[in-house]
Design a protein around this ligand. Structure first.
Ligand code: HEC
Ligand code: HEC
Ligand code: HEC
Ligand code: HEC
Ligand code: HEC
Ligand code: HEC
Ligand code: HEC
Ligand code: HEC
Length: 421
């Protein structure tokens, strides 16, 4: 972080004299009312470097929600724009990630059936999607959107995300951020089991056994990379978590990495990313080991696409063409079977292969994808015999049940800036 020293001097220079007195005030109350906050802050690099409460909670720094609970005006929301005053590099790297752009992607680009077409309700989104992806924190706080600790939350000042996703307030700890369980809060479960895959991998097992050479999520996706021969750092540590990925493994059909705003494939970027990830492996493995791994992994992606995804999509296309499905999302069995095939089992197959988790790649992955395909085929045959769609008469929690509420509570800026939605 080469900007830290000058930024720090600048921050200390502009810190108003009255701030010191106000901070005494903060402590006088909060030592009693919020002992955890004060103790964590004292133990942190911020507390030790005299970065006081108002360095982050001064409501004049950026547009925020001002609290009515203290004698002074204090900011309730502390966004990355605040951290940027002193940590410019980390914030600008985080800005360009899928972590930050996630709400834009699923509202503006994907028009995700869950959020945009109303397949689930506000309470469901508030306890699910928004806790991982982030919510829209507006001027007035409400239970749907606040509190929120999601990777792409939209702050009142327009900045995206919150740094406390990986550095909880008020410890702002590096050890926490480097721990795989921090990522595993969101990267888990049936549809993206990165933590489970990691834990069952040889790397994860070695990490659990206390091996210092065992790579973690941080090592492969964010950590600095050294060249063993020269000892030189060839790739710096980064907060751009997507910068070493080749594939879009989460997509129904995997393509090379896409850009985060317009979502167009970027083969050159993907190639560079692959080289970076290979360089990560080369810190501990020989080239034969690393290259054979990537070849195996790429074959799995091709196998999934050709032998599982495309045949399943063909079935769905035929059902749509024959008008054997309603236009509503997720009110029919075939839609669910198809969804499980790519979104659950098909992802596990690909992500399991990417991160060396054989049980996920095969038993929870390819094997279950096979069975799901057969179920989908049977359901399609049934619909063809029936000759009409066969939706459930009622779908719990779907706003479309109550009328044309197609965009429930979602207002996300379009990062493409062309006004098109
Ligand atoms: C006179 C006592 C007092 C002082 C002085 C004080 N606070 Fe508070 N603060 C409180 C109380 C009480 C709450 C609310 C606690 C609750 O609702 O459980 C609070 C809440 C907060 C919150 C959460 C606000 C919200 O609406 O969610 C923040 C942030 C905060 N204080 C920061 C500060 C900072 C920074 C200072 C110094 C500039 C400060 N406080 C000074 C008593 C005080
Ligand atoms: C480095 C930035 C930073 C500093 C310094 C800082 N805070 Fe905070 N504080 C935050 C963030 C971030 C949040 C969470 C708000 C959010 O999610 O936007 C927060 C939340 C809080 C809350 C609400 C906690 C809860 O979980 O209910 C209180 C109270 C608070 N701060 C008080 C203080 C006090 C008192 C100090 C000084 C001893 C202080 N903060 C120093 C960044 C900071
Ligand atoms: C006014 C300047 C300032 C602001 C604002 C600020 N920081 Fe810091 N931060 C510092 C300084 C100074 C250090 C200590 C640097 C060092 O020891 O090399 C630090 C260190 C850190 C560290 C490393 C901790 C460690 O153990 O090494 C993290 C993580 C961090 N800050 C996160 C944040 C986040 C997140 C925010 C916004 C919520 C924030 N900071 C806001 C000045 C600031
Ligand atoms: C437990 C945390 C969590 C919850 C809850 C969650 N997601 Fe996700 N979601 C993720 C993660 C992590 C990924 C990235 C998966 C990957 O890249 O392999 C993701 C991926 C996605 C994607 C694909 C984005 C892309 O780049 O292709 C969409 C769309 C999405 N989620 C929407 C939703 C919606 C809508 C909900 C609620 C109905 C939801 N998610 C609930 C964590 C979560
Ligand atoms: C996805 C998780 C994640 C998020 C989100 C995240 N960080 Fe970090 N951060 C890390 C990890 C892991 C490290 C450890 C890097 C190291 O030690 O090399 C780190 C290190 C840091 C450091 C210390 C850098 C150094 O050179 O010592 C600072 C400062 C920091 N982060 C600030 C931020 C700020 C500001 C944000 C919000 C824009 C943020 N982080 C968001 C995971 C995260
Ligand atoms: C609060 C939830 C949360 C945490 C914690 C979190 N992530 Fe994510 N991550 C997500 C979501 C949601 C997405 C998918 C966003 C999308 O595709 O729209 C994602 C996507 C990613 C991607 C894919 C990026 C791309 O460009 O395709 C990587 C890699 C990643 N995260 C790594 C990490 C690592 C490493 C950590 C821990 C240091 C971490 N994440 C912590 C929620 C989280
Ligand atoms: C040994 C290195 C390594 C470790 C450790 C590792 N990953 Fe990965 N990860 C990879 C590789 C390789 C890929 C596939 C890259 C590509 O697309 O070519 C990947 C892909 C991903 C993706 C993208 C999935 C998608 O849908 O496109 C996410 C998200 C992710 N990893 C998160 C994590 C998390 C979270 C952890 C820790 C629990 C972790 N990784 C541990 C190497 C690693
Ligand atoms: C920080 C060191 C480190 C890094 C970085 C690293 N590995 Fe490993 N890897 C190990 C160690 C240690 C083992 C265990 C050696 C053994 O099999 O006895 C291992 C084992 C493996 C295995 C054998 C697993 C099995 O189940 O048979 C594969 C495959 C592998 N690594 C691939 C990779 C790939 C691909 C990358 C880069 C994306 C990578 N590793 C990055 C240290 C590392």
């Amino acid at each position: 972080m080469n900007t830290r020293v000058p930024m720090l001097i600048c921050c200390l220079a502009v810190l108003p004299v009255r701030a010191a007195a106000q901070e005494e005030n903060c402590l006088s109350c909060h030592e009693k009312s919020s002992p955890m906050v004060v103790e964590q802050w004292r133990g942190s690099k911020h507390g030790q470097n005299e970065i006081g409460c108002l360095a982050c909670h001064d409501p004049g720094i950026t547009k925020t929600i001002v609290s009515d609970r203290c004698p002074e005006k204090v900011a309730v929301v502390v966004s990355p724009a605040v951290c940027a005053n002193c940590h410019e590099d980390e914030v600008s790297q985080q800005k360009g990630t899928k972590h930050a752009a996630t709400l834009h992607f699923f509202v503006n680009v994907l028009e995700d059936p869950w959020t945009v077409k109303g397949a689930n309700s506000d309470p469901e989104r508030a306890i699910g999607c928004y806790m991982c992806h982030g919510s829209i924190v507006k001027d007035t706080t409400d239970w749907i959107n606040w509190p929120n600790n999601g990777v792409g939350r939209l702050n009142p000042d327009g900045s995206l995300g919150t740094c406390t996703v990986c550095h909880s307030h008020h410890r702002f700890s590096l050890d926490e951020a480097k721990n795989p369980t921090t990522c595993g809060r969101c990267h888990l479960g049936p549809d993206h089991p990165q933590i489970e895959i990691y834990e069952e991998s040889k790397h994860g097992k070695l990490h659990a056994a206390g091996e210092k050479w065992a790579p973690t999520c941080y090592t492969c996706h964010m950590g600095p990379v050294r060249d063993n021969a020269t000892g030189k750092e060839i790739i710096p540590a980064t907060h751009d978590i997507g910068s070493r990925l080749y594939w879009e493994l989460q997509a129904p059909e995997s393509t090379v990495q896409k850009d985060k705003i317009n979502h167009t494939p970027q083969p050159e970027v993907a190639k560079k990313n692959r080289e970076a990830m290979r360089a990560v492996c080369m810190q501990c493995h020989v080239s034969r080991h690393a290259d054979a791994f990537f070849e195996k992994f790429d074959h799995v992606v091709a196998d999934y696409t050709e032998n599982y995804f495309r045949p399943a999509k063909k079935i769905m296309d035929e059902l749509k063409e024959k008008k054997l499905l309603t236009p509503r999302p997720f009110d029919e069995k075939a839609e669910w079977l198809y969804w499980y095939l790519w979104h659950h089992e098909g992802r596990r197959m690909r992500i399991g292969a990417a991160m060396m988790g054989p049980d996920y790649a095969w038993w929870h992955g390819a094997h279950e994808t096979k069975i799901r395909y057969i179920e989908l085929w049977h359901e399609a045959e049934r619909l063809k015999k029936l000759g009409r769609p066969d939706p459930a008469p009622y779908v719990p929690g779907a706003p479309y049940e109550k009328g044309p509420n197609l965009r429930p509570g979602i207002d996300v800026p379009d990062l493409r800036g062309d006004g098109a939605r």
